[in-house]
Design a protein around this ligand. Structure first.
Ligand SMILES: [Zn+2]
Ligand SMILES: [Zn+2]
Length: 236
């Protein structure tokens, strides 16, 4: 039984002198999960004139700076947006078990403006985590984001991809190693006919795009007609 109403809880919180875990300022009415309203406003959209495939700003006559194997690509927010940079604060925290942050972030992702291309896919899938990683964390953020999008677009979510055991943890690799993620590190989880399917491929953070590239290649090898990418965050 909850002994306090929401407003009483907030009053207690304000009086307790607890500080925002992002900026160390006072918590306010817009606070959620230990972060003040100002910090949550750090979910900033990407630049308006971005490339529709790589979501970066570049000369439209030039190729995308990183290889892309999909027709459309976008993200909700910049990873380094806000002060402190909110994506860079939230994602490592969530991966270390900050469930309040996860819930607050997914709630915002379920209300953020959706690009048109994301509405017209046949199905939704997520960039995979290794089984060990998923087991250790008890959840997979990319998968949960995929399910949020599947619900929003009323399309099915399918776990189409799996990461080979030896692909290792990306976080412990340096930039050069990440770019060298072996071709077969990501495979179709099972034999499935993807002929003529348009697939919305989602991830939590899109950095160099190597993981997404391997995912998109595996989907296309499986017969997918088109792959479209949507990520929660884009590191610019
Ligand atoms: Zn703050
Ligand atoms: Zn581009």
């Amino acid at each position: 039984m909850n002994l306090f109403s929401a407003s009483q809880q907030l009053a207690l919180l304000l009086r307790s002198g607890l500080r925002c875990r992002g900026c160390l300022g006072p918590l306010d009415r817009a606070s959620e999960a230990g972060l003040c309203g100002g910090c949550w406003e750090g979910l900033l959209p990407l630049p308006e004139l971005r490339c529709p495939r790589c979501a970066l700003e570049h000369d439209p006559d030039q190729a995308c700076p990183e290889p892309v194997a999909w027709e459309w690509g976008d993200a909700f927010w910049g990873y380094h947006g806000g002060r402190p940079p909110l994506g860079a604060l939230l994602l490592p925290g969530i991966k270390n078990g900050e469930l309040g942050w996860k819930k607050a972030l997914l709630r915002r992702a379920s209300a953020a403006p959706l690009p048109d291309f994301a509405r017209e896919a046949d199905l939704v899938t997520s960039a995979p985590a290794t089984r060990l990683r998923r087991f250790m964390r008890g959840f997979d953020l990319a998968e949960e984001f995929g399910k949020v999008l599947a619900k929003r677009t009323e399309r099915p979510w399918h776990p189409l991809l799996r990461k080979a055991w030896r692909a290792g943890r990306q976080g412990t690799r340096n930039e050069t190693d990440r770019r060298r993620l072996p071709q077969k590190a990501i495979q179709l989880a099972r034999r499935i006919n993807l002929d003529h399917k348009v697939i919305l491929l989602v991830d939590d953070v899109w950095t160099t795009g190597t993981t997404l590239l391997r995912c998109a290649q595996a989907l296309k090898e499986g017969g997918a007609q088109e792959v479209r990418v949507l990520s929660i965050f884009r590191a610019l």
